[in-house]
Write a protein that binds this ligand. Structure first.
Ligand SMILES: [Zn+2]
Ligand SMILES: [Zn+2]
Length: 255
């Protein structure tokens, strides 16, 4: 009897093993993992639990290469807030001019589908930044949009807006404006504010029009930072994250 029972269990194990589902594809790498909503990859970008390295792919339209200052600010920022012991690297490439005056969100997504080459792979999480040669279609009446985060690892800068609002009298330098808006959009990909990264202390802007932004107007994640309103109060330096935003990132696996 005892032998039978042991043999029975043995067969059962073999049977269960045989019924095991086929090995599934890793849902956190490749194209599929770059099609989620903004904020959904916050922990992957911040922590070293799943990905220990980060690659930022920048695809810019002819004539709109971001400044070296912006790129180094992005590397520094990621080095400060994210845990990536295997490093942060930027790969950049020029893509043909689109020649459109306005770009819709779906046109932007199509451009990404066409030109993005870097996706999560192995130990590396990938973030994509597109720089287009026109304006955003969904502009508000009283201000215009300089940048946007539109998928979990995707963001866009509207190069024409940046070019025409920098460098003149009483206007910020191009590198400063670019870096400020790019870091703000990166902040959204990191789940700020309350969009993928939980708030340690409530600090989301109570105004419905400014959801997912910080209530502190000195913070990088203040709503006006990605719009033309920034031109009214921009200082010489790129705004920093305030303590509330900083603590949220730490609590979600960041540095
Ligand atoms: Zn924003
Ligand atoms: Zn903040």
């Amino acid at each position: 009897m005892r032998l039978f029972r042991i043999t029975g269990i043995f067969f059962l194990i073999i049977l269960l093993h045989g019924c095991e589902e086929p090995v599934r594809e890793d849902p956190f790498v490749g194209l599929g993992a770059a099609r989620w909503d903004v904020g959904k990859s916050a922990n992957f970008i911040l922590s070293d639990d799943r990905f220990t390295a980060l690659e930022l792919e920048i695809a810019y339209m002819e004539g709109f290469r971001p400044t070296n200052f912006m790129m180094s600010e992005m590397t520094n920022f990621l080095g400060e807030v994210a845990l990536k012991p295997a490093g942060v690297r930027i790969v950049e490439k020029e893509i043909p001019a689109g020649g459109e005056e306005f770009y819709t969100t779906s046109a932007i997504a199509e451009l990404e589908d066409q030109y993005r080459e870097s996706y999560n792979e192995g130990d590396t999480v990938s973030v994509f930044l597109l720089v287009v040669d026109g304006y955003f279609m969904q502009n508000e009446e009283e201000y215009f949009t300089i940048g946007a985060a539109y998928r979990n690892t995707s963001m866009v800068l509207f190069g024409k807006r940046i070019a025409e609002n920098t460098g003149g009298f009483r206007r910020p330098g191009r590198g400063n404006l670019e870096a400020t808006v790019a870091l703000h959009e990166l902040g959204h990909l990191l789940g700020l504010v309350n969009i993928g990264t939980d708030m340690v202390v409530p600090h989301e802007d109570p105004d419905e029009d400014h959801k997912y932004h910080c209530d502190n107007e000195d913070c990088l994640m203040y709503w006006a930072v990605e719009t033309s309103n920034i031109l009214n109060f921009m200082q010489n330096d790129v705004p920093e994250l305030d303590d509330n935003c900083r603590n949220d990132l730490r609590a979600n696996g960041g540095r």
